[in-house]
Design a protein around this ligand. Structure first.
Ligand code: LMR
Length: 329
């Protein structure tokens, strides 16, 4: 009997111990860009705010530059619990929802302000939940910026892109966009782009000034055209079960930290869209072409068929709501 009492006492200690010294909740945040980018800085701000406010209850580990996973593998890692948060570009979700493809339609948004208005509209907010049945939860949109085209030759008119190989993100819309130009799109992970441009595996690419500068794409491209033809923004995404299963008080603090990190990332996105553009312009190693209204009109016209192709998948209501964001009303 005495032995039994001692055994039970030990068992009690063993069961009670994890509760008394509860392990911190670990959040691994994996992304593919450099730290000196809107997403890189936003992730670090989230870590700082969360850890400051939650003391030893939460640890946030941020892994930049594809150190842990590329954007294809990170989605699986989220489901497996190997990573708790990521922020792939909105172009990379079409395996899980067709609705987010709206963000890839060429020349849909006039500028980042229009993107912002759409993301904050009821239609845009609803898309955060568009992967509900797949185990993912969209927590926030983060900006990066408008995309620019580049190649190893000047691109003034759509015909200049004909026959060239362009690196694209994992997106069927972007594939169709380059096919509409009679070019050859190649889906490729972000971490491989610099080498692919340098070695001529591809001739060109499209990305934001921040990514073009921080990953040095400008050093391996002859010419950039300021097209602003599309957007690269992010969906901060998590495992729905993980997030909903967090203690409510902790989740609330994390949500506030994320909202503040979102403001911060978006502010940096605006600064970098201009600042990194100027750095590329002033680099002296490439050229940046400003296109005329007519030239831009020709690109818009050449890419226009893509809209119709994806209208059913995305939903006309979603496209119309996005279009409406171009006017402040
Ligand atoms: C890309 O693959 O070009 C971008 O999605 C990278 C990023 O996360 O900005």
């Amino acid at each position: 009997m005495r032995y039994l009492t001692i055994l039970l006492a030990f068992a009690g200690v063993a069961i009670a111990a994890p509760l008394a010294n509860a392990e911190p909740i670990k959040i691994k945040f994996s992304h593919v860009v450099a730290e000196n980018t809107p997403k890189g800085q936003g992730a670090l701000m989230f870590k700082r705010l969360a850890e400051e406010r939650l003391g030893d209850k939460v640890i946030v580990e941020v892994y930049p530059s594809s150190q842990l996973f590329d954007d294809k593998k990170v989605m699986q890692a989220i489901l497996l619990g190997d990573v708790q948060m990521a922020a792939p570009s909105l172009s990379k979700f079409n395996k899980f929802t067709k609705k987010l493809q709206v963000f890839d339609l060429p020349f849909l948004f006039d500028d980042i302000d229009a993107v912002d208005r759409f993301q904050n509209s009821p239609s845009g907010r609803a898309l955060l939940d568009s992967m509900k049945g797949k185990g993912y939860k969209g927590l926030a949109y983060w900006h990066n910026g408008m995309k620019q085209l580049s190649a190893n030759k000047p691109l003034r008119m759509p015909a200049d892109a004909s026959g060239l190989k362009f690196r694209i993100q994992q997106s069927d819309v972007l594939e169709a966009q380059f096919r509409a130009l009679d070019a050859n799109p190649q889906k490729m992970a972000f971490s491989e782009v610099y080498n692919a441009l340098q070695t001529g595996v591809v001739d060109g690419q499209e990305n934001t000034w921040s990514n073009i500068y921080s990953k040095k794409f400008f050093e391996v491209q002859k010419s950039f055209s300021e097209t602003n033809h599309g957007v690269i923004d992010y969906l901060v995404v998590t495992n729905a079960k993980f997030w909903d299963g967090l203690p409510a008080d902790i989740r609330t603090v994390l949500e506030t930290a994320l909202a503040e990190a979102t403001q911060y990332a978006n502010k940096i996105a605006r600064e970098k869209a201009e600042g990194d553009r100027l750095k590329v312009v002033g680099s002296g190693v490439t050229e940046v072409l400003t296109l005329t209204k007519d030239e831009l009109g020709a690109w818009r016209k050449a890419m226009a068929p893509v809209w119709k192709k994806f209208e059913d998948e995305i939903g006309k209501d979603v496209i119309d709501a996005a279009l409406a964001s171009n006017t402040t009303g």
